[in-house]
Design a protein around this ligand. Structure first.
Ligand code: SAM
Length: 481
């Protein structure tokens, strides 16, 4: 289906009709960033008295609450929502519903649409202004995605974040398509002009992911015109909701902008490079936040793996966080649990309650630690083998980092093969690799150092000697390599 077009020159009239006010700022093309907001005159804020630069009425804010309002007003949209919506729980309960709302705007604003649905909303026109290309990885080509190999976004030996997202989007799209077949009118509409495709659905997801922001009262929302403000950290402006529940853009205290200078907000200075790339399609090279999150896989040969995962309760991961001192730290609660076995004193029992219900409980040295699965690192500290446990955990993490570094090195050699790809995508992927490789290398060095020290520890050498003694004829030695 063809996208409708909304020339930028018509935006001021649309804003006037919808009570959106601009004060001292205007929308402009910004080199390399699409549209953005610039100062129309010298703007400076030294005290609290500057009026809002941009004010958007609350009824235009696309949030969970206003979505319900649209569903009440429009019988057609309610029908679509009842059949295909309100089922997606991740990452927000109404994420899928918002995509359905955007899908309805896509259809209503398309030149292929010849009427038949009720009145359009203010969003129908605004939707046509939204970009058709968003540089987030879910919209990259296969060969562009290969540039991410070895990074936390496309970790080769684990479930890759981008592929997992694409699989979820395809599943969701198929579910929506099936649900819509029951609705004669919508079914016809999603089929007009070549129909709505999976790529359209991926675009709608990218639009919302890259343009939604967290408002203090309305929560995760998309706000017309406020979603035109680009990012920098530190930023020159910030947003909030005023006493009338309008969304407003305000100049940051101390900000001093010359005419035509761009206004920016901070999309989240604590977001990692991978998160920025995943959500917005670029990496802020000045951002101080440097951290990496990798999924942790249990050991294939661990008979207790399932029970450990069940009691742990959430998806296990390894988080590496940089610090101002340049010495990164790591945190992987599940790794400490996965390195304990029954011969160390870990066991699982199914307890039956008086009402007949059964619960899996985890015991460490006969103590019920089911609720402490996240804190095993602390719980095992006093144990006489705690250094052995630490050595096992470090060896697991070192192995993970080693694999990432190897994958990153292979990718480096392959980069030449995809020179034909879009330069800004290549640059973003290369930025991610540089940030992550540097952090991986530094944490690897620290862990190797700690591993060497542990190997020299008396309790460790005694333990290993005893192990080797008892298992001399076995090939089953504890492997710390
Ligand atoms: C909320 S929108 C901002 C408006 C957008 N530029 C437009 O044309 O509609 C977020 C998108 O703007 C772009 N963007 C924002 N800040 C940027 C920056 N500092 N560097 C590069 N691109 C940026 C990215 O494409 C991002 O996905």
């Amino acid at each position: 289906m063809q996208r409708g077009r909304f020339p930028l020159a018509e935006l001021p009239t649309w804003c006037m009709l919808n009570n959106i006010t601009f004060a001292g700022v205007r929308v402009a093309d910004i080199e390399g960033r699409g549209l953005g907001l610039v100062a129309e005159k010298h703007l400076r804020r030294e005290n609290d008295e500057l009026p809002a630069l941009l004010t958007i009425p609350k009824e235009l804010i696309l949030s969970a609450a206003t979505l319900d309002g649209y569903a009440k007003e429009s019988k057609d949209f309610r029908e679509l929502l009842d059949a295909a919506g309100r089922q997606v729980e991740n990452p927000a309960p109404y994420w899928g519903d918002i995509l359905l709302f955007l899908l309805a705007q896509f259809i209503l604003s398309s030149p292929d649409y010849k009427g038949g649905l009720g009145a359009s909303t203010a969003w129908t026109q605004y939707f046509k202004l939204l970009p058709t290309e968003i540089p987030v990885p879910t919209m990259w080509s296969e060969s562009e995605l290969s540039l991410l190999r070895g990074t936390s976004l496309e970790a080769s030996s684990y479930e890759p974040a981008v592929s997992a997202k694409l699989i979820a989007l395809e599943r969701e799209f198929n579910r929506v398509r099936d649900a819509v077949t029951q609705l004669q009118r919508w079914n016809e509409l999603v089929g007009i002009g070549g129909g709505i495709t999976l790529n359209d659905w991926i675009l709608l997801d990218a639009i919302y992911r890259s343009r939604s922001l967290a408002l203090p009262n309305s929560g995760e929302s998309m706000v017309p015109c406020l979603d035109l403000v680009n990012h920098s950290s530190p930023a020159t402006a910030y947003f909030e909701e005023n006493a009338q529940d309008e969304a407003v853009l305000l100049l940051t205290k101390g900000a001093n902008l010359l005419e035509r200078e761009e206004l920016t907000i901070d999309y989240g200075h604590d977001k990692s490079a991978a998160e920025m790339l995943f959500s917005y399609g670029f990496i802020d090279s000045t951002s101080p936040a440097k951290n990496i999150v990798l999924p942790v896989e249990s050991m294939d040969d661990d008979p207790l793996a399932k029970a450990k995962l069940y009691v742990f309760g959430s998806a296990p991961n390894l988080k590496i966080v940089d610090s101002d001192t340049g010495i990164p730290r790591w945190d992987a609660p599940f790794v400490h649990l996965m390195c304990l076995n029954d011969e160390d004193g870990l066991c699982f029992k199914v307890l039956q309650e008086t009402d007949g219900s059964q619960h899996l409980r985890m015991f460490w040295q006969d103590l019920d630690v089911t609720e402490e699965a996240e804190n095993m690192e602390i719980i095992i500290r006093g144990h006489k083998l705690c250094r052995i446990f630490r050595l096992r955990a470090i060896t697991v993490v070192l192995g993970m980092i080693q694999r990432q570094l190897e994958a990153l090195a292979t990718v480096d050699e392959k980069v030449i093969l995809v020179e034909s790809e879009r330069p800004h995508i290549q640059q973003a992927a290369s930025q991610l690799k540089t940030v992550e490789k540097d952090l991986f290398k530094r944490i690897h060095q620290l862990l190797e150092h700690e591993q060497t020290e542990l190997f020299q520890d008396e309790s460790v050498t005694t333990y290993l000697a005893a192990m080797n003694g008892t298992q001399q004829d076995s090939t089953d030695d504890e492997d710390f390599s």
